[in-house]
Design a protein around this ligand. Structure first.
Ligand code: PLP
Length: 405
């Protein structure tokens, strides 16, 4: 297995990119879908922003170092990764906050309709943001299982809000078909790309998507709590109004007017002053993903997950796979169900194989292909088999739950 892995690694067109990331010794990192690895260029860039741009340039750096343009500059770099135009994307705030802004904007564009349709088991924050709007009387939440989403679309639905690649199972929604189905009923569509952006090719404009949000700290390697991004289709930029009408979304923030007037473009999605350190780190991660290219990244992550499954099966590990088995229907991850998923995950982490656990019984392994080798798959499968065979996961220490799982 290791032999075969090494042959695959030698022929891997992305093999040199591993060197561009800090991957700790002795760690097989299968959690890049939760927090991407540190690009080696990030500390130097942050040092420069802190010491030169902040320390020396001070307030002048808003112009001289281009700080004020960072949200749109990074947005324009994310755009081609998700099939958008450069002026349709902006990097700002968290995914949760951007959801609030764009769900609200969509509801206001469909007067007389209040329903936001989603699926049960969508990422919690997506559903909670709709709850918050419901408590204010602005939205009605409707959930339908993924097979019945199209049936649940009717003339009451203002917005269809879905996560493109499911965070637990990795299952991919048919973005083009569902967007079309929603539009046929007069509804708008918002896609959460947190597990898609930087992991697989997405074509928002070709699918005629209306809105999208996505995360900066997963496949974009922007660092813990990195700013997220928001997409508004060009045709909606004039009509959409998001409710967090902060001064940075104003048409002329430095006119210091008493009255709000939205910026005509995607800048309207901004609220307050952008976090420059976070954006500077995010830009390094985005540049690296753009350099490698999402097509190549997805092709390799598919090959890695296929190889991981083969290695598991050759070692006789037969677990309940909850991810789709058709490669083109699954994102860059594999998830397995096991009643002792938490303890097994902890036992693997103790061996340096870092995947994660998702309540109540899911073991999730992400394949961020820029820094993973086929050799890592073979080794991770060996550890997995050994943890199960030895029963070492049954030790007490592996059952204690930490605050973040
Ligand atoms: C990770 C993730 C988020 C994260 O939202 P934050 O506001 O950054 O905490 C949102 N939605 C999905 C689908 C995610 O996977």
């Amino acid at each position: 297995m290791l032999e075969r892995a090494r042959i695959l690694d030698a022929g891997d067109p992305l093999k040199d990119y591993r060197e561009r990331f800090s991957v700790p010794e002795g760690v097989i990192y299968l959690d890049g879908n939760s927090l991407g690895c540190l690009p080696k260029a990030t500390p130097g860039r942050l040092e420069q922003v802190v010491r030169e741009e902040w320390g020396e340039g001070l307030i002048r750096s808003w112009n001289a170092a281009g700080w004020i343009e960072l949200p749109t500059r990074i947005g324009a770099k994310i755009a081609p990764l998700i099939g958008a135009q450069p002026d349709e994307v902006i990097a700002c705030d968290s995914t949760s906050v951007n959801l609030f802004k764009l769900i609200s904007a969509a509801l206001a564009m469909r007067p007389g309709r209040k329903v936001v349709l989603s699926e049960p088991g969508n990422f919690p924050t997506d559903l909670y943001m709709v709850d918050g709007l419901e408590k204010q009387g602005l939205a009605t939440r409707r959930l339908a299982p993924r097979e019945r989403i199209a049936e649940a679309l009717d003339e009451d639905v203002a917005l269809l809000m879905l996560t493109h690649v499911h965070y637990k199972s990795g299952a991919i929604f048919d973005m083009a078909a569902l967007t079309k189905a929603a539009h046929e009923k007069g509804a708008l569509v918002l896609w959460d790309l947190s597990h898609s952006g930087g992991a697989l090719p997405v074509d928002l404009d070709a699918c005629e998507a209306d809105f999208a949000v996505g995360c900066g700290y997963k496949y974009l390697n922007g660092g813990p709590g990195a700013p997220a991004y928001a997409f508004v289709a060009e045709r909606h930029l004039a009509a959409a109004q998001q409710p967090l009408t902060g001064w940075m979304g104003h048409a002329a923030p430095f006119a210091f007017s008493d009255d709000y007037a939205p910026a005509p473009g995607i800048e309207q999605v901004l609220c307050g002053t952008p976090p420059i350190l976070g954006l500077a780190a995010l830009e390094v991660g985005v540049d690296l993903v753009a350099e490698i290219g999402v097509e190549r990244l997805y092709a390799k992550s598919q090959a890695l997950s296929e190889f991981f499954r083969q290695c598991l099966s050759e070692r006789g590990v037969d677990l309940d796979l909850v991810s789709p088995t058709e490669p083109d229907q699954c994102g860059s991850q594999l998830s397995f169900r096991h009643p002792d998923a938490y303890a097994i995950c902890q036992a693997l982490i103790a061996r340096g194989v870092i995947g994660d656990f998702r309540d109540p019984d899911i073991l999730r392994f992400g394949f961020a292909p820029a820094y993973l080798r086929f050799e890592d798959m073979a080794e991770a499968a060996r550890h997995f088999a050994e943890v199960l065979e030895s029963g070492e996961w049954q030790r007490d220490e592996f059952r204690e739950r930490a605050a973040v799982t």
